[in-house]
Design a protein around this ligand. Structure first.
Ligand SMILES: [Zn+2]
Length: 451
């Protein structure tokens, strides 16, 4: 057992020290992102005029059929290491699906040493509605009127930007020669605008087949840094994640911010403790609904008058800004895919393996070893606050004791670290909330007559 007798209390423990062990291979992946290539991808996506899921698939130059085939062929051409396929479903007429339709996500898999998956995603379908998104934001209470699915909906930002980012990472990662531990999936979803349907169908299938998805980095509207009211911010990106505060998605968000800051210090990741913007949603939520950790990237400033409208054109995006957002995704995805899996910190009954032993006043943490780990990093913070405050690298051990450290006042987590310094997601020790349904109602007996 590893005991840190020198630490009188967690509050006086080691301050957070950023490691200096950056991996030159990750730096090279980040540097490989090309603004010019991203611009060319956006121009091509725009050329299909519309990529509406309900548009005619017949043309080879216009509409959903031409667009998905081009994405497929383009990714297939990147590298023989990339396994490209259509992930196909038949969706019945319902809601915004105005007729039975074939829906195809375009999926490119870069196999790793292990089957656990990390997704980078966007949605390639587009939509146009009367008045665009700004009419909704400005208070219109009219029901949404969808334009003819074959009318213009270029969707360069929504979500050509997320698709271009996903495709550029697919190219850079698959041609890098780097062997990843995790399997990377570059996913271009369809039917997002009809209610996240392509993502829901895929997540549903993955859950049913018990596929391990460690992380989904979803990018939707990430190409523009100028809002419709004149504000400009080309140096940050917003990242949304569902709660509660120590949910796997929140941990993924913290991870992205931590590692992106090291490889792309010129770009700030701003975290938001909510699933998405008000009354808006994205494909990461579909994965959340099936129990997967998934987060949603959104540009720093939005121009709503160019969303869901024929005005969503190349002129409304900045390839330089989108390239920075792509580098942030690349840094986080590469580090995570090179790292060992996160440690398991629950026993067979699902209870967190943390207690007050041996004195009754100590913090005693245990975990199961992660394949490929050569050390572990323990994190902690006050139990009222969003960010880790302290961290400490411990050796290749599976338990640690911090004497005289109250586990009731602090939140603890542990990550697995390999010999080069690649760090896993942090597994957090949280007590599951018991519900009245599980614990049962309090049994009562009839009241005696009150006299
Ligand atoms: Zn979108």
């Amino acid at each position: 057992m590893l005991v840190f007798a020198c630490l009188a209390s967690a509050g006086q423990g080691a301050r957070a020290q950023p490691p200096t062990d950056l991996d030159p291979r990750v730096a090279q992946l980040v540097a490989g992102i090309s603004q010019d290539r991203i611009a060319a991808l956006l121009r091509k996506l725009e050329s299909f005029s519309t990529r509406n899921t309900m548009s005619s698939p017949a043309s080879s130059t216009r509409g959903i059929g031409a667009a998905r085939q081009w994405i497929f062929d383009e990714m297939k051409g990147f590298s023989p290491r990339l396994q490209v396929s259509f992930d196909t479903y038949r969706i019945a007429k319902q809601g915004r699906i105005t007729r039975d339709v074939e829906a195809r996500n375009v999926m490119a898999v870069l196999p790793g040493r292990s089957a656990r998956r990390i997704y980078i995603s966007g949605h390639y379908d587009t939509v146009a509605v009367a008045g665009g998104q700004n009419a909704r934001n400005a208070g219109s209470t009219q029901p949404i009127t969808f334009a003819d699915p074959d009318s213009s909906a270029p969707g360069v930002n929504d979500d050509g930007s997320g698709v271009a980012l996903t495709m550029e990472l697919a190219r850079v990662f698959s041609t890098s020669g780097v062997e990843f531990d995790a399997t990377l999936v570059f996913m271009c979803h369809v039917a997002e605008e009809q209610g996240l349907m392509g993502a829901k169908l895929h997540a549903q299938k993955a859950a049913k087949e018990r596929i391990t998805i460690d992380a989904v980095l979803n990018n939707d509207i990430v190409g523009n840094d100028r809002s419709g009211n004149g504000m400009i911010d080309g140096a940050s990106i917003r990242l949304y994640s569902e709660g509660p505060e120590d949910s796997p998605s929140r941990e993924l968000a913290r991870y992205v911010q931590r590692w992106a800051a090291r490889y792309v210090p010129s770009h700030r990741v701003r975290l938001f403790s909510r699933p998405d913007r008000f009354s808006r949603s994205g494909d990461h939520t579909a994965y959340n609904q099936y129990g997967f950790a998934a987060v949603g990237f959104r540009e720093s400033r939005e121009n709503f008058s160019r969303q869901h409208a024929p005005e969503d054109t190349f002129e409304g995006v900045s390839p330089a800004y989108l390239a920075q957002n792509s580098r942030v995704n690349a840094a986080a995805a590469a580090t995570l895919a090179l790292a060992p899996p996160a440690p398991i910190i629950v026993n067979d009954k699902g209870q967190p393996t943390i207690n007050r032993a041996p004195s009754g006043y100590d913090a005693h943490l245990q975990w199961k070893p992660s394949t490929g780990a050569s050390a572990y990093r323990v994190f902690w913070r006050e139990a009222w606050g969003p960010d880790w405050q302290h961290e400490m690298l411990v050796g290749n051990v599976t338990e640690v004791t911090l004497p005289n450290t109250l586990i009731d006042d602090l939140v603890f987590g542990v990550a697995a670290v390999d010999a080069v310094g690649h760090e896993s997601l942090v597994s957090v020790y949280i007590a599951p909330m018991s519900t009245a349904v599980e614990s049962g109602d309090v049994k009562t007996v009839p009241q005696p007559d009150a006299r």
